[in-house]
Structures are given as C-alpha cells and as structure tokens.
Design a protein around this ligand. Structure first.
Ligand code: CO
Length: 138
C-alpha cells in the first residue's frame, strides 16, 4: 500500500490568477492544466514541480468546502496527495487501521483520476488525498 510519489501538494487561495502569477514570477513555473471541478466546488490548476505538482485551488464560492476553509483559516496548505497503485487496496488498508476516512469509495477528481480523502484527524491535522492516476506519469 506504500504510496510511490507525492502526487501534489494543494494550496488554497482566494485568487487563482494572482497565485499563478506569483508562482511564475518567483519560481518560473507555469500550470500544465486548469479546470473547474463543480463537484468539489473548486477551480484548480496543476503546476508541475519535478515529478510532482503544486495544486492551486480557488473556491467557486464561500459555501464550498475550500471556501469555508479559506474563510476560517486563510490561504495556505490545504492537503497533500499520495499516488497509490491501487486505491481500493489503500482504502481497505486504512479502514483496517481504524482511521476516519471521508471517502470509503473512490470518486473522480481532476484529470479523471480516482481519488479519496482521509480525514485530517488521522494524521497530524493534515487532510490526505489518495490518488490513483488514470495514466502513469511519464
Ligand atoms: Co488534490
């Protein structure tokens, strides 16, 4: 069940364009993709850094999970995502350890990947996302 990569580190922001401009100016990075994910209430951009990404998340409104996060805690680290080879096996393993999961079944996330979230109470107050990629990284 060992994750084989940090797929992405997600940062919640109020203004996606401004955040992407900051990343470009400071690190010379540019987003590889950008999409609105209505089911999660976010617009997200994936900015490659080595074999991983920074996922920049802007809430679509204040009454979304990321909108409430930004209202309460301000901009900043929202979650980390581990790539796993088999998301069902990862979920089953985590269930066997007794931790609280947000998703007991995978759902479809950005890029069509299969994802599931683990409650922040499981590990140091940090929201963890499991990702099974539909395409292996090249
Ligand atoms: Co994510």
């Amino acid at each position: 069940m060992l994750p084989y990569n940090i797929d992405h580190v997600a940062i919640a922001v109020r203004d996606l364009d401004a955040a992407l401009a900051d990343l470009k100016e400071q690190y010379g990075t540019e987003p590889l993709s950008r999409e609105v994910i209505e089911s999660q209430g976010v617009e997200e951009a994936m900015v490659p850094v080595g074999a991983s990404y920074i996922q920049v998340l802007q809430p679509l409104g204040p009454e979304t999970p990321v909108g409430r996060f930004v209202e309460k805690r301000g901009e900043g680290l929202h979650h980390i995502a581990f790539s796993v080879p088999d998301i069902e096996a990862a979920i089953e393993h985590l269930e066997s350890t007794g931790v609280r999961l947000i998703d007991h079944e995978p759902r479809v996330g950005g890029g069509g990947n299969r994802i599931a979230f683990v409650h922040p109470s499981a590990f140091a107050g940090t929201l963890v996302e499991l990702v099974e990629l539909v395409e292996e990284p090249t």
